[in-house]
Design a protein around this ligand. Structure first.
Ligand code: ZN
Ligand code: MN
Length: 445
């Protein structure tokens, strides 16, 4: 089995690729962000290409380890559809070639403009999206299973998050997946909008192609459409060649020169990449590699880890965040970005637990309270839950007053010990460490 992708990502820029219209299409009223250029009116003159989009595309190309071209040209790719008023999509020659992400080779990366949105059912068109800058990342067909394909997309998503180039976090990818099984032709599935969707579409397509091949039928080279609602792929067209698009250089758009200075400037702007950060966390802080991996998967959580490591032992911070906090966040369907405003109280809880001011149980309870907003004043709560230091006194009192329970324990009823522990915990308001209480009781009786 061979799987390859063409992945479209809308780039985070203020304005569109060839005009000054804003890019926030999902927040605007239909056809609010439009002008003669992005609606393809006759005679409308486009701006030269948006430099910010070129820089962001270069940033991705460099992060993928690609060889960068020194000049790109915008081509007109012709097709007829209501979402494309000019009758052609502007798409660049590759900015970068021969990259790699994990075990997957990246063939090329280029820039293009997004078409508008056409609602087939109502026949309505919205051009807010028309002209929004995209990059298209084309991989080699190097993935050999659905798991590998999913892993690749997750890594790519993480990388794009670190690079801060994603325009609309709710639709990061628009993926076309190529898939071929042994003995069959290559089939392209278009229009998949999420990693989850890719998994389902691949699963469906593998099953469909396998069935054909097993019954002695042919899998023909074709383009299919992923129908998200019905969970099936539908044949769109059989065969389609480059010539059908009648590619030609766009005479309105001057060629874009990628000077050495520009490439150097973008290189300097490259942030620390996730795999670099993971290695550094292990080397610099001496934390467990699996904790480092978990911390890096949530960019903001990793940043919080570095802050917290200045206040408590980094290994404690790593476990607290990677294990405890991340578990609680997952349970609530959140990432650390969603709770950035709660850093202070969360840090306070971690420090209180680390310094032994409160017990582990109290810390977990407090952390949940902070996340669920049932705890408002975290300092007051910590004060209430502070570990009682004179536990011995309480134990002595309990042993004296519950002499018959002590007798029970001595005569072999082991469960009597739990009664004693329970009583001490009750009298300390739950602020003692149960393990320690148990130890002290045992030495006293
Ligand atoms: Zn415009
Ligand atoms: Mn494309």
């Amino acid at each position: 089995m061979k799987i390859g992708f063409e992945i479209h990502v809308q780039l985070k820029t203020e304005s569109k690729l060839f005009c000054n219209c804003p890019t926030n299409y999902w927040e605007a009223e239909p056809n609010e962000n439009i002008c003669p250029v992005c609606t393809g009116l006759p005679g409308a003159k486009p701006n030269p290409v948006n430099r910010e989009a070129i820089k962001k595309a270069l940033l991705v190309a460099l992060a993928l380890g690609m060889d960068v071209e020194d000049r790109v040209v915008f081509l007109r790719k012709h097709y007829f559809y209501p979402d494309l008023p000019s009758g052609y999509q502007r798409t660049s020659t590759p900015l970068g070639r021969n990259g790699r992400l994990g075990n997957v080779r990246i063939r090329e990366l280029h820039v293009e403009e997004d078409p508008g949105r056409y609602e087939l059912r109502e026949g309505l068109v919205d051009f807010n999206r028309s002209g929004v800058p995209l990059i298209e990342i084309v991989t080699e067909p190097d993935m050999k299973s659905i798991e590998e394909a999913e892993e690749f997309l997750k890594n790519l998503h993480l990388l794009l998050t670190y690079l801060d180039v994603i325009l609309n976090p709710s639709i990061v990818f628009r993926v076309d997946a190529n898939i071929s099984l042994e003995g069959g032709e290559r089939v392209e599935v278009k229009n998949i909008n999420s990693i989850e969707g890719v998994r389902k579409a691949l699963k469906y397509e593998i099953l469909r192609q396998r069935r054909l091949l097993e019954t002695g039928k042919k899998v023909e080279r074709e383009t299919r459409h992923w129908d998200e609602a019905r969970g099936v792929t539908i044949s769109l067209r059989v065969k389609e060649t480059e010539e059908d698009y009648r590619y030609m250089p766009d005479p309105d758009i001057p060629p874009v020169l990628l000077s050495k200075e520009l490439v150097e400037e973008v290189k300097r702007a490259l942030p620390e990449l996730p795999w670099e950060r993971e290695r550094r966390f292990v080397e610099e802080y001496g934390i467990d590699p699996s904790d480092a991996h978990t911390l890096v998967l949530d960019k903001e959580l990793g940043e919080f880890f570095e802050e917290l490591s200045g206040k408590v032992d980094p290994r404690f911070a790593a476990v607290f965040l990677a294990d405890r906090l991340r578990g609680e966040l997952n349970y609530r369907g959140l990432t650390f970005r969603d709770v950035l405003h709660l850093r202070e109280p969360l840090e306070r809880v971690a420090v209180a637990w680390y310094s032994g001011e409160i017990t582990k149980n109290a810390a977990v309870e407090l952390m949940r309270g902070v996340l669920d907003r049932t705890v408002v004043d975290v300092n007051a709560e910590i004060e209430k839950k502070k570990v009682v230091t004179d536990v011995e006194e309480v134990v002595e009192e309990v042993v004296r007053e519950l002499a018959s329970v002590v007798e029970d324990y001595r005569s072999g009823k082991r469960e009597a010990l739990n009664r004693l522990i329970g009583e001490v915990m009750k009298r300390t308001g739950g602020r003692a460490d149960p393990k320690k209480v148990r130890e002290i009781i045992l030495t006293k009786i």
